[in-house]
Design a protein. Sequence first.
Length: 378
Amino acid sequence: MQKNNSPLTLLGNISPKQFFTEYWHKKPLLIRQAIPEFQPLLSKSELFELAAQDDVESRLITFFKKHWEMKNGPISSIPVKEKKDWTLLVQGVNLHNDDANELLKQFRFVPDARLDDLMISYAVDGGGVGPHFDSYDVFLLQAHGQRRWQIGAQKNLSLIEGMPLKILSHFESDQEFILEPGDMLYLPPQYAHDGVAIGECMTYSIGFRAPSFQELGESFMNFMSESIDLPGRYSDPDLKTTTKPAEISTELLTTLSEQIAKIRFTNDDITIFLGEYLTEPKPNVYFDSPEKPLTPKRFEQAALKKGVRLSRKTMMLYKGKHIFINGESFAVTTADKDILATLANQKNLAGSDLLGASPDAMEAFCLWYEDGWLELNP
């Protein structure tokens, strides 16, 4: 893995450490030729084919007579060439294309828990998605053609009402750039921007996860509901007569408050919840199991010879003794933890790395292989 103190061409020859200190969450960074001589990873036709698939998240955005329209995928028909001001957005391209997945890996100086996906925006001349802001950090890499970006650190983030997109009602830019293939622009959260295609163009967006605390809180409470243990049932043997039968009694409220106050959660609870939450596949993600899977014994022989790698759709994290993969979690021994942490960090293991794996770990690898979460190295 890249060390944080090593300069990266991708970041304009500054180190990730300097980038986090000076730019991350703070201010934009324009990087000319972040990836020199960059060429699109997918052709226009390949991108359109992806947009038509049921398991791919896509959107078609058009602007006509001062009105924005958005159609969610699958997108089977693209506007005629003569129609202007339209944009096709294809999300999670890294889940479906090896080259896109390798490109996303270049941004793993940011932890996997925060790195989200690679989205490709294809636009005809004049196309864009309007002036807006994102709630997360984003890198905008120009892949084909040119795009003019106007950006501004405005405080007024009010939106136009009645639009299917979050379009800023009062956009004010203070900087403007034209990006060529290989150029990249970093923007922190809530930084207003508007990108317009100059001729036909493709832009790759590398986005990051930034769930709201409300979303996390609701998900955590749902997670904890499966482990709450409050034995007994409400009773009131000393119940007295009342002249106000519709009033909730103080005794009932007090008893319930005392019982709910018994609910406790630990750091371990939060760790397991977060690991499962962050690795849970998105609803449109489907894994491809091998057509003719090897038997467990033959799989182990092949794995020890070739090694294994995670499917590009698999998300794997760890913390302490806990391993998380695709929304599931389990605790492991120290010996297996080293092997599994290496797999999570490097996305692959050589055959020699598996020599110290326990039978339980090898059984888990085989099950993941059968489910399409893990593959044998070619």
